[in-house]
Design a binder for this molecule. Structure first.
Ligand SMILES: [Zn+2]
Length: 178
C-alpha cells in the first residue's frame, strides 16, 4: 500500500494558518478535537476491532511523534535539553504538562507523566487507559532522540481514576522488556 498514496503525511498539510484563517487564527475548542478523535476511534473499532483500532492509533501517534520531533524539537544537545524543549513545546501548544519521573536511558527505562492531557483529562472514568495515540507519540519522540526503539505503555490515566497520565517507556530488547 505504498504506491499511489493519496494521504502520505507531510508537515505542510498543517497549512498556512495566517493566510487561511485571518480571523479565526490557529485556535479551536478542544471539544472539536476530541469529537473527531473519538469518532475516528469508534469507526475504526467497528471496522477493524478494538485491538486493530488501538494499533492504528498507536501508529498514528508514532508518525505524529516522529514528525513533531523533526519539525518542532530539532536537535537537542542532551537529555536535559531534549526534556526542556519537549516540555515547553507541549505546554505552549496546549498538549499537556510533561514531567519526567524516571529517566534511565542507559538501561532503557523512563517513566513520564502528562497532566492536563489533550486526549483524556476530564473524561468519565473507564476501566482502561485510553491514551494509545500518546503512547505512540512518546515512543517516536524517545526513538528519534536516542536512536533506540521504545515500547510505551500508559500505566495510569485520568480515565482509570488518576489525575495524570503515566507512561512507562522501555527500550526494545532491554532487560525489563519481554
Ligand atoms: Zn491518559
Amino acid at each position: 500500500m505504498t504506491e499511489n498514496r493519496k494521504y502520505a503525511f507531510n508537515w505542510n498539510l498543517l497549512g498556512n494558518l495566517e493566510e487561511g484563517r485571518p480571523n479565526l487564527g490557529n485556535q479551536t475548542r478542544l471539544e472539536v478535537y476530541r469529537l473527531m478523535q473519538f469518532c475516528f476511534r469508534d469507526i475504526l473499532e467497528q471496522k477493524f476491532g478494538s485491538d486493530e483500532a488501538d494499533r492504528i492509533f498507536y501508529d498514528a501517534g508514532y508518525l505524529a511523534g516522529s514528525q513533531f520531533y523533526s519539525n518542532v524539537i530539532g536537535n537537542p544537545l542532551d537529555l536535559d535539553d531534549f526534556v526542556r524543549k519537549l516540555q515547553s513545546a507541549l505546554k505552549e501548544l496546549g498538549i499537556g504538562v510533561l514531567r519526567v519521573e524516571e529517566a534511565d536511558l542507559p538501561n532503557g527505562r523512563l517513566v513520564l507523566t502528562v497532566s492536563e492531557d489533550l486526549d483524556c483529562s476530564g473524561l468519565p472514568e473507564l476501566s482502561y487507559e485510553i491514551c494509545t495515540y500518546d503512547e505512540g507519540f512518546i515512543a517516536a519522540l524517545l526513538e528519534s532522540f536516542s536512536g533506540t526503539k521504545f515500547n510505551v505503555k500508559e500505566i495510569d490515566c485520568w480515565c482509570t481514576g488518576d489525575r495524570t497520565c503515566r507512561f512507562l517507556a522501555l527500550a526494545a530488547g532491554s532487560e525489563n522488556n519481554p
